[in-house]
Design a protein around this ligand. Structure first.
Ligand code: NAD
Length: 334
C-alpha cells in the first residue's frame, strides 16, 4: 500500500533529473504513477517497462487536450516540468515563459476539472534572490533575479491565490539538488564539480565564497513522498524550503576532493560575476512534517563516483544529455 490515500499520481516532468529518482521510488511504494513528459532527455525508464503501475505519456504541457486526458482519475499531481535553469530559460525567453508560466494554467485547469485532490509544485530557493539576511525562511520576501525564478514565484502566487474545488496545494522550494539519478544533470554545483574532478582532475572554482544551499536527491524524493502523505492541515497552501547543507562553493570543492581522495586533484580559481550567495533555513519542514535530511553531500558525490566507475556516465562533460543548456541548443524546441 502506498503511504498515502492518493494512490494515483501524475508526475508532470517526471522524466527529468528529480523525476527519474522519484518515479522508481513511488513505484516501489505501490503508487500508480503516470509520467507526462516530453522526454527531452531521453527514455530514462527503459528498465521499468515491465512495471504494471507505470504509465508513460510523451506529450507537451502546452497541449491542453492531452493534459486533460492524462489528469483523469488522478488523485495527486506533482508538477516538475520546466525549462529548468537560468541559461536554458534565457536561450528562448518566449518559449520558456510558454512552458514555465503560461502552461501552468493548463495544468491547473486540467486538475480542477478532473477533481484532482492534491497539487505539489516544484519551486526553487532561487526565488529569494540575493539576501543580506543570514537565514532565509519562507517568510522572507522573495526577490527573484532572473525570469526563471520570477515565473516560479508567479506560479506559486497563482497556485495559492485562487480557490480550486478545495484542491490541496503545496509548494516545495528546493535547494540545488545533488547526487546520481538515471537522468543525470551535470549543470548543478556539486555534480559539475564532481565530474570535473573525475575527468579533468581539476576543479574550476568560479568565485568560491558564495554560499549555496544543497540537498541530496534522495532527500528530495523523501520530501515529495512526505508531501503526498501528509495530512491536509499541515501542507495545504503552505510553502516549504527544502535544503540541507549550506556550503560555499569552495567548501564543496574541498568535499569533492576529499571524497574522491585524489591527491592529484587541483583547484583552479576563476573570477565570476555570479556572486549569488544565499543561505536557506529549512526549519519549517522539520517542525511541521518532522522531515530531516538523511543523506549528505558526501553521499551525493560518492553516488556519482560509483556511477562513473560502473560506466553509467558517457562523456559527462560534453554530452548534451547531461547539460540542459547544451541540449536545448541542440534540439531547438518550438
Ligand atoms: N534540480 C535542481 O537543483 C532543482 C532545484 C530547485 C528546483 N528545481 C525544480 O524541480 C523541477 C525538476 O527539476 P529537474 O532538475 O528534474 O529538471 P529537468 O530539466 O531535469 O526536468 C524537467 C523535465 O521537464 C520536461 N519538460 C520540459 N518542458 C516540457 C514540456 N513543454 N512538456 C512536458 N515536459 C516538459 C523535460 O523533458 C524534463 O524531463 C523543476 O521544476 C525545477 O525548476 C530543481
Amino acid at each position: 500500500m502506498p503511504g498515502s490515500k492518493f494512490k494515483n499520481v501524475l508526475v508532470i516532468g517526471g522524466a527529468g533529473y528529480v523525476g527519474s529518482a522519484l518515479v522508481p521510488s513511488l513505484l516501489k511504494k505501490d503508487y500508480n504513477v503516470t509520467v507526462y513528459d516530453l522526454y527531452l532527455y531521453g527514455d530514462v525508464f527503459s528498465n521499468l517497462k515491465n512495471k504494471k503501475n507505470l504509465t508513460e505519456i510523451k506529450a507537451d504541457i502546452r497541449d491542453k487536450k492531452k493534459l486533460f486526458e492524462a489528469s483523469k482519475n488522478v488523485d495527486a499531481i506533482i508538477h516538475l516540468a520546466c525549462i529548468s535553469n537560468d541559461p536554458s530559460y534565457e536561450l528562448n525567453p518566449a518559449l520558456s515563459k510558454s512552458i514555465n508560466y503560461d502552461a501552468f494554467f493548463n495544468i491547473l485547469e486540467a486538475a480542477e476539472k478532473n477533481d484532482v485532490k492534491r497539487f505539489i509544485y516544484a519551486s526553487t530557493s532561487s526565488v529569494y534572490g540575493v539576501k543580506k539576511e543570514k537565514d532565509i525562511t519562507e517568510k522572507t520576501v522573495p526577490e527573484p533575479l532572473t525570469d526563471y525564478s520570477k515565473y516560479k514565484l508567479e506560479c506559486e502566487k497563482v497556485l495559492l491565490g485562487r480557490e480550486i474545488n478545495g484542491m490541496e496545494r503545496t509548494i516545495l522550494r528546493s535547494a540545488t539538488v545533488c547526487g546520481y539519478a538515471p537522468r543525470m544533470r551535470f549543470d548543478l554545483t556539486v555534480n559539475i564539480l564532481t565530474i570535473n574532478a573525475l575527468i579533468n582532475k581539476v576543479i574550476k572554482i568560479f568565485g568560491g565564497k558564495q554560499l549555496r544551499p544543497n540537498i541530496n536527491i534522495q532527500d528530495v524524493v523523501r520530501a515529495y513522498e512526505i508531501f503526498l502523505s501528509a495530512p491536509r492541515n499541515k501542507i495545504n497552501r503552505e510553502i516549504f524550503n527544502v535544503g540541507y547543507q549550506n556550503k560555499t562553493v569552495e567548501e564543496i570543492a574541498y568535499i569533492v576532493k576529499n571524497v574522491i581522495g585524489g591527491e592529484s586533484i587541483t583547484f583552479e580559481y576563476v573570477p565570476t560575476e555570479d556572486t549569488r550567495s544565499y543561505h536557506i533555513n529549512s526549519d519549517k519542514i522539520k517542525k511541521v512534517l518532522e522531515f530531516t535530511p538523511k543523506y549528505t553531500i558526501e553521499g551525493a558525490i560518492q553516488s556519482i563516483v560509483n556511477a562513473y566507475n560502473e560506466g553509467h556516465i558517457n562523456d559527462g562533460l560534453n554530452n548534451p544529455i547531461y547539460h540542459n543548456i547544451k541540449l536545448m541548443q541542440k534540439i531547438n524546441l518550438k
